[in-house]
Design a protein around this ligand. Structure first.
Ligand code: LMG
Ligand code: NDP
Ligand code: PMR
Length: 394
């Protein structure tokens, strides 16, 4: 019964969070999102979207680049195809999102993946057609590769409309830390630092796009939020005073863990998700007003069948999906989770910036509350400042 109640956790376990606008308790409450509220919200947002589109179309009138020319269908102006980069689109959530967006015909998807062949096969296996996607090499565990990817992408001269930071590694059974090319602990190095550099390098380029609803999305998780039951399963996320991060997470003269503690793969993953969620908010604070870009993160539900759990013991992989399906009821299929992330990419009603999206049992989206640590503005600034030193931006 206690676990049953856990199915409602995104809302019922929310605790009070300080100083965060746009995420009221009412917004984040599962039961607070009534059908009528939801419809009202959509209506308001669509109006905003419409306004943006008209402004954008007048810009089109003077633009000369062919890529930026809006299509005209039956005398009605429609949006050009959007370009979205999805990291880690070779499996799980990333692939399901790519598939969902490809099916609309409105998106060109850049699958930013470390394994070219795997990504090509994956795209084929879900029936994506060639004109809707392109695989480009990106290994987030190497900052050189991140820089190379950004150069290669810019050379395609495609505008960048949406960036989805989705890729992640999870090492729950590792006894010792492993490291990225630059010597950062692998989970935080890949999930956070790789994406941090990627987003920072692409921001100016994204600013130049004339797309009416530009977005930068970073996938977060319930397990990094200690205001939920899932976030209280040990080991819990905790960045502490970030002495390990400041030291470079190299495991030699400093700890491989952000808080300076002993290596724990599950904790490193959860800490990396906290960094992802803090980074999204810091982007919002620094750049939303100036650029109009929507910055958001999300928890798409527990997709217990993905490759994320590949390093877990076989018994866990066997029991985890039924446990989530029948006991916590937090389970969501890859397909459904892909639709949710696709919504955050392109739905006209999800343009709110600086927020963390979740979905209730009926798959209705709502703005959820982050834990105290994952919404701490001072920590967000510190993660930002330390990270920019580590990746060579400061
Ligand atoms: C660690 O173990 C692993 O060591 C590590 O490698 C990594 O995998 C990590 O988080 C990932 O987990 C966690 C481990 C210990 O939990 C387990 O998985 C053991 C399973 C215990 C089985 C319990 C019986 C449940 C019956 C289900 C039967 C089906 C089995 C399916 C199994 C699938 C696996 C999930 O964790 C523990 O110590 C157990 C304690 C779990 C309860 C934790 C909840 C704490 C809640 C505290 C309340 C806080 C309230 C919330 C805050 C609200 C704020 C307002
Ligand atoms: P998967 O393992 O299926 O997908 C992760 C993807 O990341 C894979 O495509 C993987 O590539 C890629 N990747 C890993 N390392 C790198 C790297 N160094 N460079 C480039 N790509 C890399 O897991 P999920 O689909 O479950 O995870 C997707 C996102 O969803 C993650 O951010 C995860 O934290 C988040 N999430 C997942 C939940 C779940 O329940 N599964 C719940 C909440 C959040 P490759 O195919 O080559 O291995
Ligand atoms: Mg968790 C509502 C309850 C709930 C939800 C939504 C999740 C999601 N989990 C819940 C509860 C519990 N889990 C409980 C009560 C337990 C103890 C039995 C439990 C255990 C557990 C383990 C061992 N759960 C896990 C693990 C993992 O290894 C996964 C993990 O922490 O990865 C970092 C995991 C997850 N549980 C989730 C989700 C979404 C995950 C994995 C993915 C992620 O956060 O990205």
């Amino acid at each position: 019964m206690a676990l049953q109640a856990a199915a409602f956790l995104p809302s019922s376990f929310s605790i009070h969070k300080e100083g965060k606008s746009g995420a009221s308790l009412k917004d984040s409450s599962l039961f607070g999102v009534s059908f009528s509220n939801h419809v009202k919200a959509e209506f308001r947002s669509s109006k905003r979207e419409f306004k943006c589109s008209s402004r954008n179309l007048s810009v089109h009138a003077v633009a000369t680049t062919p890529t930026f020319t809006p299509a005209t269908v039956q005398g009605k102006k429609t949006l050009r195809k959007g370009t979205v980069i999805i990291t880690g689109a070779s499996s799980g959530l990333g692939l399901a999102t790519a598939k969902s967006l490809a099916e609309t015909g409105k998106w060109h998807i850049i699958m930013a993946c470390r394994d070219f062949l795997k990504a090509e096969k994956a795209a084929k296996s879900v029936g994506m057609s060639k004109e809707n996607y392109k695989v480009m090499h990106l290994d987030l565990a190497s900052l050189d590769s991140v820089r190379q990817f950004v150069d290669n992408f810019k050379r395609t001269e495609r505008p960048l409309d949406v960036l989805v930071c989705n890729a992640a590694v999870y090492q729950p059974t590792a006894k010792e830390a492993s490291f990225t090319a630059e010597g950062f602990e692998l989970s935080v190095g890949t999930n956070h630092l790789g994406h941090f550099l990627l987003s920072r390098l692409l921001l100016d380029y994204m600013k130049q796009s004339d797309y009416p609803s530009k977005r930068l999305i970073i996938v977060g998780s319930i397990t990094g939020n200690t205001n939920t039951l899932a976030g209280n399963v040990p080991p819990k996320a905790n960045l502490g005073d970030m002495r390990g991060l400041q030291g470079g997470l190299n495991g030699l003269n400093t700890s491989s863990m952000i808080d300076g503690g002993d290596f724990d793969g599950a904790k490193a993953y959860k800490d990396s998700k906290v960094c992802n969620m803090l980074t999204m908010q810091e982007f919002h604070r620094r750049y939303h007003e100036e650029t109009g870009i929507t910055f958001a993160s999300l928890y798409p539900g527990c997709i217990a069948t993905t490759g994320l759990f590949r390093e877990h013991i076989p018994l866990f992989r066997l029991l985890f999906p039924p446990f989530q399906k029948y006991i916590t009821k937090g389970f969501v299929s890859e397909e459904e989770a892909g639709k949710r992330l696709a919504q955050v990419v392109s739905d006209p009603s999800l343009t709110k910036s600086g927020v963390y999206w979740s979905w209730n049992k009926d798959s209705a989206s709502f703005v959820n509350q982050l834990s105290q640590e994952a919404s701490d503005a001072d920590k967000a600034r510190k993660v930002w400042e330390v990270s920019e030193k580590l990746v060579g931006l400061a």
